[in-house]
Design a protein around this ligand. Structure first.
Ligand SMILES: Cc1ncc(COP(=O)(O)O)c(C=O)c1O
Length: 378
């Protein structure tokens, strides 16, 4: 039987045409024609104020940390159940990372315990919209207003998803998107910084361009450019942007297909959920589902590992991810010792099922049949 991979990057059809167009235009370095087209797309589609493509989501988070002026001694609140970059971008600037637990219902940051983590040194909160499902942004924004904190949304998984009708990525001061090949919209590697507070956009462009005012120079606003601030080389080549633009043109089609597959998984696995054998994903009323991921929560670490092995023996590749960051080797002796039980639970028990555009309905049947057979024996 054909193997079912965990992911298969989608080619929509125009990627190579646009890459050729970029090459024939004679300019394939950063901030070219396709970079501008992508920026315009995000502005018109999601009403984002300022957008800058980056080479990765890590880059976008690092830019946000610079723009928020994070300094040694500052504290930044980050969920423990996330990718290293969510925290590392701020640790790089000398911040102390204060880890928050996840919610019981979703792997998102638990907002009920958030206020207790805020001290005089707290400078920012970094919510991660896990699986593209929004965090409780009203609570986060209210705390940020009251304590004068920056909010940086890690929207790596959150393209085309909404909180109370507002697009994710538009709710914090800054947000970071990801276009890695496992995401809904891809460019191999790639990311984007969104700047929702426009006064920061001028500095953001400088940070993006190695600390120089080259963007202003290209627009003819200054007659020469030079070193005006700190920064790095955060912008991707226009070849990457050309690939990305071809994907963006198919956003609706991609999302419709992913949602249909997600719904099918949910419907077929609902009986197992009802029997209490697994937990299915939960989407709060305030959030939408962008079908980035279909995950299950198993009963234990052993059960999760046995399920992954069972699926593999049927040619189906399921994976797990995120290891509680507060328990990571880098944080030995740095974390304050609080237990974060939900983060640990998701670390041990979450399993992600194959979900990609070209997955067929029969593939979904095969995956869910194999899962049902596994639980029938337990
Ligand atoms: C939540 C989250 N944030 C940030 C990143 C970093 O993205 P990149 O690989 O583009 O640097 C990842 C990568 O998996 C992620 O899952």
């Amino acid at each position: 039987m054909n193997p079912i991979p965990f992911n298969k990057p989608l080619l929509t059809g125009h990627e190579l045409d646009y890459i050729r167009e970029a090459i024939e235009s004679g300019k394939i370095s950063g901030n070219g024609m396709f970079t501008k087209k992508c920026h315009e797309f995000f502005k018109s589609r999601f009403d984002f104020s300022g957008t800058l493509l980056t080479s990765s989501c890590t880059d976008a988070l690092e830019m946000a940390a610079i723009l928020a002026d994070i300094k040694p001694g500052d504290e930044v609140i980050v969920p423990s159940f996330t990718f290293v970059s969510t925290a590392n971008a701020f640790a790089l600037r000398g911040a102390k990372i204060v880890f928050a637990d996840s919610e019981a219902d979703t792997p998102n940051i638990d907002c009920t315990g958030l206020e207790k983590l805020i001290t005089k040194r707290t400078k920012a909160i970094v919510p991660v919209h896990y699986a593209g499902v929004a965090c409780d942004m009203d609570t986060i924004s209210e705390l940020a207003r009251e304590y004068k904190l920056y909010v940086v949304e890690d929207a790596a998984q959150a393209i085309d998803s909404f909180y109370k009708g507002k697009p994710l990525g538009s709710l914090g001061h800054f947000s970071a998107f990801l276009f890695h090949e496992t995401k809904n919209i891809i460019s191999g590697e790639g990311g984007m910084l969104v700047v929702n507070d426009l006064p920061y956009m001028n500095r953001a462009e400088i940070v993006w361009e190695k600390g120089t005012n080259r963007s202003a120079f290209w627009r003819g606003e200054v007659d020469k450019y030079g070193w005006v601030d700190i920064g790095s080389s955060f912008l991707p080549s226009d070849v990457t942007a050309a690939f990305l633009y071809a994907q963006l043109e198919h956003l609706d089609q991609i999302q419709a297909q992913r949602r249909a597959l997600w719904e099918k998984y949910y419907k077929l696995l609902e009986p197992l959920g009802a029997e209490g054998k697994v937990r299915l994903p939960f989407v709060p009323d305030y959030a939408t589902n962008n079908a980035h991921m279909f995950y299950l929560i198993c009963g234990s670490l052993d059960e999760r590992n046995e399920l992954i092995a069972h699926l593999k023996s049927h040619g189906i590749y399921a994976v797990f991810h995120y290891l509680s960051l507060h328990k990571s080797p880098f944080n030995q002796g740095k974390h304050d010792g609080r237990e974060l039980p939900w983060s640990d639970l998701y670390t041990d028990r979450l399993v992600r099922l194959p979900l990609f555009y070209e997955l067929s309905e029969q593939d979904v049947n095969r995956v869910t049949d194999a899962i049902s057979a596994f639980y029938a024996k337990r």
